[in-house]
Ligand binder design. Structure first.
Ligand code: ZN
Length: 200
């Protein structure tokens, strides 16, 4: 390649700069310039030509989540609520604990409602002492028992634990999922708006 330190205004420093330089040389050492006109090619498709479908396949391969719990969709409630539940089940909502874990500076990692425990997904929806009464009231309202263990998963699947007819099941399921939506909005209003804990 003929590349050398004299190509640059200064030599690479040691450490990561030197490592990156060595890696670059390794990548380029077998590369040979050809005396042919320049052309655009695509490595995403065996035909060497770009197509939207090949780009889509590539992006799906690196971005789409596979595995995890099976998605349940309740068509009696707005799509935005189903999407929130889907994100909760993938542990993909910005709780304080999650933001902090990703290196984002937050004022506090404590639950904004009770201020006594770390705000994890399980805590905000199933463990917070100030919010748990909501699930007890729903149980009394519908004349059912609470799940034996109150967790985020057991609450999301609460409706399917009963041998109900489909309409009854979907209605109760809607109540549960909307409650998740209300809790998340209440939590956000507490942090960013004027909601006062205890008003739920
Ligand atoms: Zn709490």
């Amino acid at each position: 390649m003929g590349l050398g330190f004299n190509t640059f205004r200064r030599n690479p420093r040691e450490g990561v700069e030197q490592e990156q330089w060595d890696d670059l040389i390794l990548l380029l050492q077998d590369f040979r310039l050809q005396t042919v006109p320049d052309r655009m090619g695509s490595v995403l498709d065996t035909s060497d030509t770009f197509s939207v479908s090949s780009a889509r396949r590539y992006l799906d391969g690196i971005m789409l989540f596979t595995g995890g719990p099976v998605t349940r969709w309740n068509n009696w409630i707005p799509i935005k609520i189903n999407i929130l539940i889907w994100r909760i089940r993938l542990s993909n909502i910005p709780t304080r604990e999650r933001l902090s874990h990703r290196g984002i500076l937050v004022d506090s990692i404590l639950c904004p409602i009770c201020s006594s425990r770390v705000e994890t997904i399980d805590h905000i929806f199933a463990g917070c002492s100030d919010l748990i009464v909501l699930w007890s009231r729903i149980a009394v309202w519908w004349g059912v028992n609470l799940p034996s263990q109150i967790t985020m998963d057991s609450l999301i699947n609460w409706a399917v634990s009963f041998p109900w007819r489909i309409g009854q099941l979907k209605a109760f399921d809607a109540v549960i999922l909307i409650s998740f939506w209300c809790i998340w909005n209440f939590r956000n209003a507490t942090i960013f708006g004027a909601a006062i804990p205890g008003n739920l």
